[in-house]
Design a protein around this ligand. Sequence first.
Ligand code: ATP
Length: 429
Amino acid sequence: MVFEEFISTDLKKEKKSFTEEFKEEKEANENNINNNLLKEELQEKARIAELESRILKLELEKKELERENLQLMKENEILRRELDRMRVPPLIVGTVVDKVGERKVVVKSSTGPSFLVNISHFVNPEDLTPGKRVCLNQQTLTVVDVLPENKDYRAKAMEIEERPNVRYEDIGGLEKQIQEVREVVELPLKHPELFEKVGIEPPKGILLYGPPGTGKTLLAKAVARETNATFIRVVGSELVKKFIGEGATLVKDIFKLAKEKAPSIIFIDEIDAIAAKRTDALTGGDREVQRTLMQLLAEMDGFDARGDVKIIGATNRPDILDPAILRPGRFDRIIEVPAPDEKGRLEILKIHTRKMNLAEDVNLEEIAKMTEGCVGAELKAICTEAGMNAIRELRDYVTMEDFKKAVEKIMGKKKVKVEEPKHLEVLYR
Ligand code: ATP
């Protein structure tokens, strides 16, 4: 019994210790599992956070790329349009010369020849008045567009000087001409009331004629300066040759500008190019000249003689002028500006040597004698050339020898020029 009891107690003890051991082991296992789970959960959370931040980053990148894509698409569109524009063949610019029937016009292309062409249905035929600039299709030359009025060519066609720097003292040998120009232009501008009191109309314009380089432009500039008038210079030949089809419009513009800038003097150089005797020939060019002349006459008739716009015309060929331009009320004073005589040449030489450092041996009287037939522009060239001769020899004063060489050179050129026609005659015979 005691033995049995002993065994039973022992077993109980062992059982107890085993149970406790098992319990401890179980607890330890449970703790381990819990710890692992916690670690895994934490790791999972960290990964989620990392993924979320990557998503955010990718979303930002996506937005950035979308913006870039939009920008590139815009650029692409611009380049595509530019390319389309480059592929379109250029249009030819022309000027309407005449209207023929309802839907046809004669145009002068900017390259020179005139064509009879159709008007596209997109263009209103009413807009196509002579002188309008139009765009022509390259192949059919159909008028496809009308160019807007371009005011810019005004500047190109005219030379405008608010206050020219030429004084009467700068003009040599033309006292009589200066006197006459002063009477006709200066007096009406400065004292219009005198003419009113006396009851006569002052001339609207004067015509200066004479060989090139005799000082016609100088005269006009000097009178503009003296009367504080704006000097507007246009060249007749340019009006009809350089600005094809725009001559008449330009004349209108010139007078408009002259009125805006009044008092003013319009100086039309080479007026024979627009005012030559009219013929019955009806070539495009002749019509152009006629239209320009008609416009000039209309403008001259349209303004008040006592007003403050005066016109000075200049020509080397008075013999070919249309009588209409010389009628009273237009260019009713004609003044000859001849090549200077010896006295005139001396005066011109004095003017152009005013600022030159001359050696004592320089005798201007002798140079004036030597330069028979030279005009003012040539005398000026002689003075400049003499100065150049001195500079070539590194001198700061000009000698008589320099002048003699210059006279030889300039007069030599003159001779070649005179002989030219004979030479050509021989060639063409
Ligand atoms: P064109 O018929 O070729 O237009 P133009 O008669 O108008 O010639 P200007 O332009 O006035 O001649 O003259 C050209 C230059 O010659 C002037 O700038 C001036 O320096 C000189 N000149 C001409 N004539 C004279 C003169 N009488 N007195 C002083 N200088 C003169």
